[in-house]
Design a protein around this ligand. Structure first.
Ligand code: NAD
Ligand code: DAU
Length: 350
């Protein structure tokens, strides 16, 4: 395949890894990174590839319908990989409308722009929507999310992502748009914004601040190294079946408290401090409203149909992640200055 691919949200955490994967693996593609550069977007994430001849950055807000159409007309993409979103559950609780605007309206604007320029000629075209396992709601102590699990979102974030998934399916079923959808579990890795559990704890350990554990800490997530998510997106974008969705996960469940204790242990080892120094910062705080108890992905379909396997174990991935943050403290300092401080005060009362 040759062609032009618009990747939305390419300056964010996962998007930057997807952009790098595509720019370096497919020199024949033109990769357009379309991103509004919100608080979560950071072109520093892509410094190493910004001069590649097959990479272009375009600043644009997906909520702007006319702008999206103009950009699609100008670049005539063959493919779209849509990651741009408001992505943090806690922020969705304080400002749900922003999530409806970007995650729902923004997605519909992109679907309309693709439909408009492709004009029913869908040969060699693809719209890949990147979604989350949170659309399925919560599991009890047992069971796994399958592609057939009913949607049951509980947070404004997951409700907005569920809505966007419904629109993607509707555009496939109604207009024949060649869509694929992935629902992935919790990612971690380099460039993760420190509002999310793992990078927030790494930052707080480095700055000797409390490690806030919501509720009793027994909530469970299924963690996947971000580069393995990027590789799954590559597989599904190229080989997934039109109209289908694929769950992506690591078969790697951790209760939050156990995960943070493991992180503390590895941080102490890497910082050559007595084991227990970081764990002493663990502080139980007020629970997140509507907190989903447990997410766990059954990734059998992507494994069987597309041969997908995560490439690193959790131990390797966590170690690589900590090393990246220790070697990139300037990145961490930059993203935690300014507005982040206001966010942190509001969320954790200082
Ligand atoms: P992120 O918050 O780190 O990055 C989001 C990116 O989107 C940023 O670069 C931001 O500038 C951009 N953006 C936001 N609003 C925009 C708008 N209106 N117009 C254009 N660009 C805009 O998010 P992430 O964690 O990298 O998640 C990326 C995608 O993957 C999201 O769709 C998210 O729902 C999904 N996802 C995330 C995870 C996870 O664990 N982080 C897991 C599964 C799925
Ligand atoms: O499951 C996929 C989702 O994973 C993605 O769709 C979201 O974009 C992504 O943000 C993530 O959502 P979570 O809410 O699971 O991630 P977060 O890192 O915010 O929280 C992970 C768990 O840790 C969750 O149970 C809440 C808890 N937590 C989080 C924070 C920020 C704490 O206990 N303390 C904290 O300070």
């Amino acid at each position: 395949m040759k062609g032009t691919i618009i990747i939305t949200g390419g300056a964010g955490f996962i998007g930057s890894h997807v952009v790098r994967e595509f720019v370096t693996k497919y020199p024949d593609y033109q990769i357009i990174n379309l991103d509004a550069l919100t608080y979560a977007g950071n072109l520093e994430n892509l410094k190493d590839i910004e001069d590649f001849s097959n990479y272009t950055f375009v600043k644009g807000d997906i909520t702007d319908q006319n702008l999206m159409l103009d950009i699609f007309k100008e670049y005539q993409p063959d493919g779209v990989i849509h990651l741009a979103a408001e992505s943090h559950v806690d922020r969705s609780i304080t400002d749900p409308t922003a999530f409806v605007m970007t995650n729902v309206i923004g997605t519909v604007n992109l679907l309309n722009a693709a439909k408009e320029i492709w004009k029913d000629d869908y040969v060699g075209k693809r719209f890949h929507h990147v979604s989350t396992d949170e659309v399925y709601g919560t599991l009890g102590e047992t069971g796994l999310f399958q592609e057939t699990t009913s949607y049951d979102p509980h947070s404004p974030y997951s409700a907005s992502k569920a809505s966007s998934d419904h629109f993607v399916r509707a555009y496939h079923d109604t207009y024949g748009l060649p869509t694929v959808l992935t629902n992935c579990s919790n990612n971690y890795g380099p460039n993760h914004f420190p509002e999310k559990l793992i990078p927030l704890c790494i930052h707080n350990i480095l700055t000797n601040k409390p490690l806030p554990i919501y509720g009793n800490g027994k909530y469970t997530r299924d963690w996947l190294f971000v580069i393995d998510h990027a590789k799954a997106i590559d597989l599904v974008f190229h080989n997934g079946k039109n109209g289908d969705s694929y769950n992506v996960g690591g078969f790697n469940e951790w209760q939050n408290i156990d995960l943070v204790k493991e992180l503390c242990k590895q941080m102490d080892e890497k910082l050559a401090r007595p084991i227990g120094t970081s764990a002493a910062l663990i502080t139980y705080v007020k629970d997140r409203p509507g907190h989903d108890l447990r997410y766990a992905i059954d990734a059998t379909k992507i494994n069987k149909e597309l041969g997908y396997q995560p490439s690193v174990t959790f131990e390797q991935g966590l170690s690589l992640t900590i090393d990246w943050f220790l070697n990139n403290q300037e990145w961490l300092d930059n993203v935690t200055s300014g507005d982040y401080q206001k966010y942190y005060q509001g969320q954790y009362n200082g």
